[in-house]
Design a protein. Structure first.
Length: 374
């Protein structure tokens, strides 16, 4: 059990921060007044992929389902969070489910991993509509997750720096979209004053673009297209996704393209990868200009989530558009879940409402009281 290390702590003393986006969920858990630690949502991995495998009798949640993305896509249900409430149906054999049912399976898997937690605070992507947020919260309640509240990710991240005043930018990317958010902080609250979301410019867009480039290279070298083989295409997808999950893209990428009848090894240099993704990076960086149009005050800081920082070419494209004195801070992969845990503690103190925070986050009040989070 993941909570064995907490010893005699009761569930009422333990809170969890849960960060969910279009591609995965991460959690951080800690007793009140104790720094949160990453939790295992998918043994042996910390992150739980928002993907469902429809191949077997029972629906399976997690990264194993992603093995079907290119090889047998009709057996994969993924990308459902951004289309909550829409009439899209995934169907195979006895399974027939929409985005709501898919999220319910994910929520049930998370509940089983967090069964010893007294309260869960959730961060969600800012691009979700209010009706989608309400539906997501309802699904989590139905899965019996002890939901204490929810907030859009940028506001949760702002809680990491309670003393900061002025304006700040947050840049995030998940499988669905790249999102810029402008925040303004004063002595009483942090407000969301602008947001620019770019659907179809998330991490998957980079994987698809690199897939096209690799296919073109293979055609030039050996006159064969790896996309003609489902197994080769699936293998390439996994290799490219793993490369983009690294913290720094400083090493050459060695790829192995193998089918039943031929194989080809390729090496892509970091600068070659960045050049390939120039068009995507430029469009995403242009979203920064749209977001900055909402203010006349240059932002003091830009917080970049780990997934956004790994997009090739974006750093250079953003730097030429960013005000000169803006400080750039790259966040760890655990920062969103840890920020959600901090909000769970504040909710336990009665500082935050039980609903969803998408417009403003009240400043924290100084207190060291122990509070039961139930």
């Amino acid at each position: 059990m993941v909570w064995a290390k907490w010893g005699s702590k009761s569930a009422g003393d333990i809170a969890a921060g849960l960060d969910i986006n279009a591609g995965r969920a991460r959690a951080a858990v800690g007793a009140l007044g104790v720094p949160a630690r990453p939790a295992l949502l998918a043994d042996p991995e910390e992150a739980l992929a928002l993907a469902l495998n429809l191949e077997n009798r029972n629906v399976e949640v997690g990264s194993a389902a992603l093995a079907h993305r290119r090889r047998l896509p009709h057996l994969l249900c993924a990308g459902f969070l951004p289309i909550l409430g829409q009439p899209r149906i995934w169907q195979h054999a006895r399974h027939k489910l929409d985005a709501s049912f898919a999220l319910a399976h994910v929520a049930d898997a998370i509940r089983k991993s967090l069964d010893s937690v007294g309260a869960v605070y959730v961060t969600l992507p800012g691009y979700l509509a209010a009706s989608q947020v309400q539906l997501a919260r309802s699904i989590m309640d139905g899965a019996k997750l002890p939901l204490a509240g929810s907030a859009i990710l940028p506001l949760a991240l702002a809680a990491r720096s309670e003393s900061r005043r002025g304006t700040a930018l947050v840049f995030d990317a998940d499988d669905h979209a790249a999102t810029w958010t402008l925040l303004a902080a004063d002595a009483k609250q942090v407000r969301c004053v602008g947001m620019t979301s770019l659907p179809n410019y998330g991490v998957r867009a980079w994987v698809d673009r690199l897939m096209e480039y690799v296919a073109d290279r293979c055609i030039r070298l050996c006159r064969r297209d790896p996309r003609d083989s489902a197994l080769a295409e699936q293998s390439l997808d996994e290799q490219l996704t793993a490369y983009l999950s690294q913290s720094r893209l400083t090493k050459p990428l060695s790829l192995s393209v193998r089918t039943e009848h031929w194989f080809q090894n390729l090496t892509l240099l970091p600068e070659e990868i960045e050049k390939t993704c120039t068009g995507l990076a430029r469009t995403v960086a242009d979203g920064l200009r749209q977001c900055l149009a909402e203010t006349t005050t240059p932002p003091e800081v830009l917080w970049v989530t780990a997934s956004a920082a790994r997009l090739p070419g974006v750093a250079g494209a953003v730097n030429v558009r960013l005000p000169e004195r803006t400080v750039v801070e790259e966040l760890s992969v655990h920062a969103p879940a840890e920020a959600a845990h901090a909000l769970a503690v504040r909710r336990a103190r009665g500082e935050l409402p039980a609903g969803h925070l998408d417009a403003a986050l009240p400043r924290a009040t100084a207190t060291n009281d122990r509070v039961n989070v139930r």
